[in-house]
Unconditional design. Sequence first.
Lengths: 657, 544
Amino acid sequence: MEDEEMEKKVQQYLQRKGFRLTELALQEERNRLSTSANSDVALARSDNDPARYHDGYSRLRTWAYSSLDQYKHELLRVLYPVFIHIFMDLVAEGHMQEARSFFHTFREDHEVMHSRDLQKLEGVLSPSHLEEMELARSFRKNKFKIKLCEYSYELLLQYLQKTQALVVLGVINEHITFEVSAGQPSLISDDADVVALIGTSKDLAKQINQKEVHWGLLEDSVEERMEKALAESDKIEAESKDADAEDNKKRNAEGGKQGASLKKAKKDKLVGATGKNVRTETSMVSVAPRVKPELTLPATPVEVEQSILEDLRNRAQLSSVALPSVSFYTFVNTHNGLNCSSISHDGSLVVGGFSDSSVKVWDMSKIGQPAKMSSSQSENGSSQGERISTLDEGKRTYTLFQGHSGPVYSAAFSPFGDFLLSSSSDSTIRLWSTKLNANLVCYKGHNYPVWDVQFSPVGHYFASASHDRTARIWSMDKIQPLRIMAGHLSDVDCVQWHVNCNYIATGSSDKTVRLWDVQTGECIRMFIGHRSMVLSLAMSPDGRYMASGDEDGTIMIWDLSTGRCVSPLLGHSSCVWTLAFSCEGALLASGSADCTVKLWDVASSTKTLKTEDVKGSSANRLRLLKALPTKSTPVYSLRFSRRNLLFASGALSLSSS
Amino acid sequence: MSIVPKETIEVIAQSVGIPSLGADVAVALAPDVEYRLREIMQESIKCMRHAKRTVLTVDDVDSALGLRNVEPVYGFASGDPLRFKRAVGHKDLFYLDDREVDFKEIIEAPLPKAPLDTSVVAHWLAIEGVQPAIPENPAIDAIVPPTENKRSEHGKDDGLPVDVKLPVKHVLSKELQMYFDKIAELTMSRSDTSLFKEALVSLAKDSGLHPLVPYFSYFIADEVTRSLGDLPVLFALMRVVQSLLRNPHIHIEPYLHQLMPSMITCIVAKRLGHRLSDNHWELRDFSANLVASVCRRFGHVYHNLQNRLTKTLIHAFLDPAKSLTQHYGAVQGISALGPSAIRLLLLPNLVTYMQLLEPELQLEKQKNEMKRKEAWCVYGALLCAAGKCLYDRLKLFPGLLSPSTRPLLRSNKRVLTNNPNKRKSSTNLSATQPPLKKMATDATANSMASASMGGNMQGAMDGFWNQLANPGVMQVSSSGQMESIPSAAIRRDQGSDLAQRVSAVLRQAWKEDQDTGHLLGSLYEVFGEAIFSFVQPPEISLFV
């Protein structure tokens, strides 16, 4: 009786003081005592069995990795101290064999952050070593401090309590102190010393980023042939005026300070200069290394190639002084149902994916005439009745594709506009023909909603990103995926092809962007820096840079070869839904939920990079050239046509009415 | 500690038919419930993002539940964002307003219109980086000041300051031209249609109309001078002006100088409309308010704006050669500018003017009914203005009424005691009515008493007074006039010294510290009983 009373009092005391861990330990010990009284055998087994250490740790690990995204990185911090102490416990108890196997099973997790410590600890082979070794002693003596937010701490306690993970609980009790802070969890990128997510630790990223990336353009592409032809025709001219061009180039490179005034003063001269400058720029692009395709690429039909060449010849040269024209396609009467939209490469087709699982395609070249007619009629004084009747005459202005059984989250046109892919929450991807207006293939492979699907720059292949944390590579003629890219710790939200088709980039809810080798399926780059879910990606046409936009409105430009952020672009106040590089890579356009299209100067950044080469990111390297607000339309997708006309689309959303 | 307390679990348990849940069960369930909630929230936010929205909807939660293999929650589906209402008395408790709907109502209700089908419209968001000012684009922030300092900097850099401004050629897009033509046509010929109303709304709201403002101001100025005889057109033009003034995207200041003369014309022109039946009074009132609103909005930018306006108005008012309609317009114009303008400009001249006006008011002296009508209109406007001013004074300084005014009010008492019985009955009747209305009924009662005196005039007056915008106040004034005629007659008998005293007081009216009692008294002398309708009951009680 006395004992029980005493225990109660102790418990009350602990409760009052908030010593929750101690309280838990007490309870568990009591349970253990009572069970051990009942079955001595079980106790003996469980007490001596070194396997329970292994089990306990691996269960904790699995649990931490499958916890909520927001709190995951904090919970993962607990793993390292637990790992070390379990190992030392095993050694101390003399289970050498088990200790070693335990160490080798899980050392990978911590290799990156703590390789030094691990190397030292690896040498610990007997209990006596523990005494001798400085490091081990200091681990034993001192307690680890781990910062957690309130809720992460609570989650951890719940887990320990529920699973009766005695071993782990013991270790945590003995060797870890928690600093619990109220409010939101800290940001990954804020702590330098956290283990964080397995991949997201900066060192691992560094290690991964050591791998080679051939970011060059494809050999023998249409563009290259075009340039060759151009170069030949211009050769004589270029040679004669070489010095002049050089001069202009230099002056331009010296930058905006004097540049602007010069440009105003000598405008006509400058027009010529920019022309030449751009020429040199494009030749600079062509200087970009050429790589062989790793995939067998489909052949381009001749007439398509002709039209592309035609487009290239008529391409408007864009730069910081020559901004593009923007044509905006506004979806009206969507009733909040439009999930995504996409525009074909020539801007003539627009597709919308709807939450009622329909896909609708508008042919803007055809829609032009009847729309004009109706508008002129209404302006001539006819009332609404007539407008409706014209609508009735034309019936539907779009082609309706039905087949999905869940909200459509993404749609993409093939480079030549003859095929259309759509992905849906029914976990399938469907291929449609815009010529036949019919569904051709349904690709089943993902187990969860497919968030994004993108055609490769040459067509035929496509990549998908899904809630099942994988990205997959497909080809149009096979219903099974060719590659599965696994490694992201949360949903893969967006995917984008590299221009040379050898790589894909994926953006994820785990706040990282990764670059994958299509041939091997390996992750070869990891880009850390975003503070929230990555929503959009774009590759520069020279293949060297990548832009990514996130939920907070931050856009980052990454250098693919170094894996570093060239510059963060701050300006949007809400989700960046879409990004697009202009065709010669001078401008980056971004579209956001804050109802603006913004144009950023990329050309200046690459030039300064050339001259200064290795210098960290400076804030003003990429500047905002222009913000184009829409009336009340969030921008869902952007597309530079081959002639450098910018197309944008979005659904009109009137918030107040 | 956790967001979900165990009491919540108990409540939920009860709601699903488990009356008594073990305390430890609730404690164990609560954290798990919270975890599941957070999980669902995380997933539904993902779904929301992929549907490219920034507002969470029921569908997102449903699809998140679907992802976790949980049956969706039925019965909340809604295309629009949910409207939560705050529970009374709780700071952070919200609920969805869930109305009970009668089946019968739904069945009998006419079928709703089919929602419009989705369509795509294209427009130019930018042309070579510059946003065209079309209605599809948002308004450009009211003309960005030219970057002159930048230019001068460049000049320094260059050593050759090139600052030659070429004449800007104004290019108007075809759409805008059509828009302008349409508006002009509507204004000129079909201002009574509902389409014109829509056009006004468009004028008041659309961005991208700025390029048209010079054309509109020219059009208005031109048409006002040309169609002084056509009242509907003038009215429509003034409405266009009003809409333009209201449009937040238009930078109208540079064009005010063109618009103001037209507006003032519509206030003080001698003749507006060519028919006798034309109700030009309303137009004058409307324009007066319009001009006053302009003064209020831009007065601080252009200091002489109001000065010039008042000069024009007072000139029209004080010139006896001008017609009564012009006087009316001037009075309305001044009175729209506010009580201080009335005090400063109207009151000092009131007595003199009344002497001018009085003969016009009386049946015996002015045989032309039209003229008499006009005179009464002016009288009403003056009364209104004076009353407004008085009301304002009383509101500002309620304590200013001093008992020293008592002696002046002998006649008042006399009038009031004329009909004590009727007064009582009407007071009973109007017990629940607002004070002003009450006064109105009182006054009506009074006028009934003197109806035999007013006689035939009553009928004639009612006819046109009813057309005026504010029947409540006008009723008062009209009935007040009935009263004042006899009393004015009496007053004149009493001698001219009183008149002089009154005019002296009124001349002092602009002074801030002027005794309001004196003012009231003097105004009573001029207008008689009617002026009391502008005084609130507590002050009235001082006199009665």
